[in-house]
Design a protein around this ligand. Structure first.
Ligand code: NAD
Length: 246
């Protein structure tokens, strides 16, 4: 049986990725952070079992913290064994605030949640992949990691940092058959957008060459591609409706 770990896997893009991993036949360790996400996580895990016949395990951890990541990986290994086939670093937050008014704690939280968490998770998971002589890591970056966005210096830095980390680890572990890639989503329909003024969302959609906002399944499909392809490493794929073209 194959095992995957996903951080921030209970809602939004993470939920779609968790279900896609189930569809692909993986047992999935689904990380969530807050008590309020426990019910959501359990519901996703129930779906893994009923729809795809695979096992799920909910593990609460704040992945910005080294000790929590250690506990998360230890719990995964105890449940499903040392062979971790896939790691998806998906947890992320954003501030959207004027740089000069951004308190230190706020930008540190973004950097630690979006970037340092992936360092911690790779730090604990990659040794198992080395032992198994193979594995695949997918990091959820963003178009914010490819282009500048006003009021998002911390977010853009964290997502660009993920791309740098991905490339360096791909260089270091290529011969051990461990692949590292990023997904850089454009604007995607999640609760965040459902909650804001829909006229503004419609205007935003019109600024995208394809004239529409992407779905969480578009990102889960990109993840599936990166897992299934066996020669792709150190790359990013960017499902973004054409809003960013390098
Ligand atoms: P979301 O807020 O619905 O999901 C983020 C997930 O990360 C949540 O489950 C949250 O609980 C979890 N999380 C946050 N901090 C955590 C922590 N410290 N420890 C563990 N889990 C934590 O948003 P989403 O849109 O689904 O975002 C998923 C990823 O996609 C993020 O990395 C985000 O930056 C990225 N992304 C989203 C979009 C978009 O338009 N929605 C675009 C580009 C990139």
């Amino acid at each position: 049986m194959k095992t995957a770990i996903i951080t921030g896997g209970s809602r939004g893009i993470g939920e779609a990725m968790t279900l896609k991993l189930g569809e692909m036949g993986y047992n999935v360790v689904v990380n969530y952070r807050s008590d309020s996400s426990k019910g959501l996580t359990e519901a996703v895990i129930a779906k893994l079992k009923t729809e795809y016949g695979v096992e799920g395990l909910a593990v609460q951890a704040d992945v910005s913290k080294y000790e929590d990541c250690e506990k998360l990986v230890k719990t995964a290994v105890e449940a499903f064994g040392e062979k971790i086939d896939v790691l998806v670093n998906n947890a992320g937050i954003t501030n959207n605030a004027a740089f000069c008014e951004l308190p230190r704690e706020s930008y540190m939280a973004v950097l630690e949640t979006n970037l340092i968490s992936a360092f911690h998770m790779c730090h604990f998971v990659v040794p198992y992949m080395v032992k198994a002589n193979g594995g695949c890591v997918v990091n959820t970056s963003s178009i914010g990691g490819l282009m500048g966005v006003a009021n998002q210096a911390d977010y853009c830095a964290s997502k660009a940092g993920l791309i740098g980390m991905t490339r360096a680890l791909a260089m270091e572990f290529g011969k051990q058959n461990i692949r590292f890639n990023c997904i850089c989503p454009g604007m995607i329909w999640t609760d965040m957008l459902r909650g804001v003024n829909q006229d503004e969302v419609a205007a935003l959609a019109q600024s995208i060459p394809m004239g529409k906002i992407g779905d969480v399944e578009d990102i889960a499909n990109a993840m599936e591609f990166l897992i299934k392809d066996k020669y792709m490493t150190g790359q990013y794929v960017s499902p973004n409706g054409g809003i960013y073209m390098p």
